[in-house]
Design a protein around this ligand. Structure first.
Ligand SMILES: NC(=O)c1ccc[n+]([C@@H]2O[C@H](COP(=O)([O-])OP(=O)(O)OC[C@H]3O[C@@H](n4cnc5c(N)ncnc54)[C@H](O)[C@@H]3O)[C@@H](O)[C@H]2O)c1
Length: 290
């Protein structure tokens, strides 16, 4: 079971930016033998890799199965057996029920891309009896995110797949984890629609803090990586009384829609991930309200 990235070959998808970039940098700092940075933006992936002591960067659209399979083969031949694959790329769809295009993109990136990683990386790890697969979901995949159905539902799919993999193939030499942060200060956050406010019952973390949580969870062999530990309690409350939790979410929704109010509802009432996007007000307004 992989408990440290020291001397490991680590691969991070969506590694050109935000959480993925922080993971790549942290793995290199932890003594990984080689960190492969993969991203839709190949040039940015190359830039991130160039700053790492042992790194390489490639363009990869994680939703293209053949390209992913080819790159896995290339990495294993040119760099060595992959010890850790972080399937981390993610996208932010439009709000509300979303368009068919939103759903298609989200299913591909938050669902199929993780499946492709499992299909093409996992058999190699199982055959070697060594390795670790981490899927980046979101607290929205455990709870929900207000306003964006496509993001919430497909992140639930990510969590479900990670759990399925951990049950089906876990408990042996190959490890599995699922990263579920609440709000993190990245380009995804910056890309929220103009005039958006972000509400959270926990702090907005830096990507480096998320990387800390990933490294710690790996060392402890924990499946669920929760950089915002309060999510554990929110999940418990959701499971304990679903109607109360839904009522709390509706209060949050109402609050979000008139977020000129300085303070979000008390987290005791919410017991939930308050989520995201397309809210009135603005992020600065939220930040100064803390
Ligand atoms: N930022 C947050 O608040 C937050 C919270 C919970 C979960 N997450 C998840 O964390 C992960 C990383 O997000 P981030 O916040 O660092 O955002 P980000 O936008 O900074 O990084 C996402 C990266 O994924 C890449 N990407 C998108 N589609 C791709 C594709 N098809 N193939 C390859 N690369 C692709 C983008 O080019 C980008 O570099 C995502 O899965 C996201 O859903 C983010």
């Amino acid at each position: 079971m992989l408990t440290s990235v020291r001397d490991a070959v680590a691969v991070v998808t969506g590694g050109a930016s935000g959480i993925g970039r922080a993971l790549a940098q942290r793995f290199a700092a932890e003594g990984a033998r080689h960190v492969v940075v993969l991203d839709l933006d190949g040039a940015a992936a190359g830039d991130v890799a160039a700053d790492l002591p042992g790194g390489s960067g490639y363009r990869l659209d994680v939703t293209e199965e053949d390209a992913l399979a080819e790159l896995v083969e290339r990495i294993e031949v040119e760099v060595g057996p992959i010890d850790l694959w972080c399937s981390n790329a993610g996208v932010l769809p439009g709000g509300g029920l979303g368009t068919n295009q939103d759903w298609d993109r989200c299913w591909r990136v938050h669902g199929l891309a993780h499946l492709y990683a499992a299909r093409h990386v996992l058999p190699r790890m199982l055959a070697r009896e060594q390795g670790h697969l981490m899927l980046t979901a979101s607290a929205a995949g455990l709870l929900t995110a207000t306003d964006t159905a496509a993001y919430s539902v497909t992140k639930h799919a990510t969590v479900a797949l990670a759990e399925w993999l951990a049950i089906e193939y876990g408990g042996g030499p190959v490890g599995f984890s699922c990263l579920c942060p609440q709000v993190v200060r990245t380009a995804m956050l910056d890309a929220t629609p103009a005039g958006a406010a972000v509400l959270a019952t926990g702090p907005v973390l830096e990507p480096e803090q998320v990387a800390d949580a990933v490294v710690a969870a790996l060392a402890q062999g924990r499946f669920l990586v929760l950089p915002h530990p309060e999510v554990t309690e929110y999940e418990r409350r959701r499971a304990a009384d679903r109607d109360r939790w839904l009522a709390g979410m509706r209060r949050l929704r109402d609050h979000a829609r008139q977020s000129a109010r300085p303070d979000p509802p008390a987290s005791e009432d919410l017991g939930t991930f308050s989520g995201l996007w397309r809210l009135s007000g603005n992020r600065r307004g939220w930040e100064t309200s803390r």
